[in-house]
Every structure is written in C-alpha cells, then in structure tokens.
Design a protein. Structure first.
Length: 135
C-alpha cells in the first residue's frame, strides 16, 4: 500500500515495482466519478462511473476506502482486490493518507509504505498546473 500526497511519486514507485516484480504484483483499478482525461484509456487506471452509481456502492459497503477529492469521488472496492488475489497476485494499492487510514481501520492486510517529498517546495513544483487545493 503506497501512501503519500498527490505529486509525491506514488505512480513512479508503483511503475518501478511492476517493472521489476511484475509477476508478483498487479495495480488495482480505482473507481471514480470524474471524466476521462485526454489520453486516458477507460479501465486502465480507473473504472469511470456516475456519482449515483458510486453512492449506491458506498451504501452497499463495497468500498475498502473512498474519498472525495476536488469534487470527485475515488475509491477501491473489495471486489477489485479479490479480482487480483484470484490471479495469485498481490494487489498494489496507491492512496493518499486519508485512504490509508480507512484501509487500516478495516484491517486490510498489507504493508504500508509512506512516500515523502524531498521538500514542500519540490512537491509544489511537481503538482504544478494540477487543479488541486492548497490543502
């Protein structure tokens, strides 16, 4: 479970792990209510669903963790983790700190790796033009 704020390098670490140990790990695919961005492929990193569908799934208790970021909902389902485990692989999860707390509260087995930025200034530079709040 790779944990850290946006822009810290979670994706870079995830991709390095997959490249080096690809047969052992598989990255989970998150659910989101946001729209597909330019070159993104559906079902590559996200399952894109409506806010209504997402809310129904939350009410049914299908999510290990979920949160709202910049007005959009993001989350990881138990079924997604089971899909990966059924292949004999270890789910590779990347989340922010709030997501990690939720996963920990649900006693999901895993190793948490927290990624720190080299400095706050560098984190700001990395985020750059992303539409994110100061928080």
């Amino acid at each position: 479970i790779i944990v850290g704020p946006s822009g810290v390098g979670k994706n870079t670490l995830k991709n390095s792990i997959r490249k080096k140990y690809g047969g052992l790990f598989e990255a989970k695919i998150s659910y989101t209510t946001r729209h597909v961005k330019g070159i993104e492929k559906k079902k590559d990193s996200y399952y894109f669903i409506s806010r209504e569908e997402f809310t129904k799934r939350v009410e049914k208790g299908e999510f290990v963790e979920w949160c709202e970021v910049n007005g959009e909902l993001y989350g990881t389902t138990y079924a997604e983790l089971e899909r990966i485990k059924a292949k004999g692989k270890i789910p590779l999860i990347e989340v922010d700190v709030k997501g990690a707390i939720k996963i920990n509260e649900r006693a999901i087995e895993g190793n948490f790796v927290f990624i720190y930025p080299p400095s706050f200034e560098e984190l700001r530079r990395r985020i750059g033009s992303r539409v994110e709040t100061e928080e």
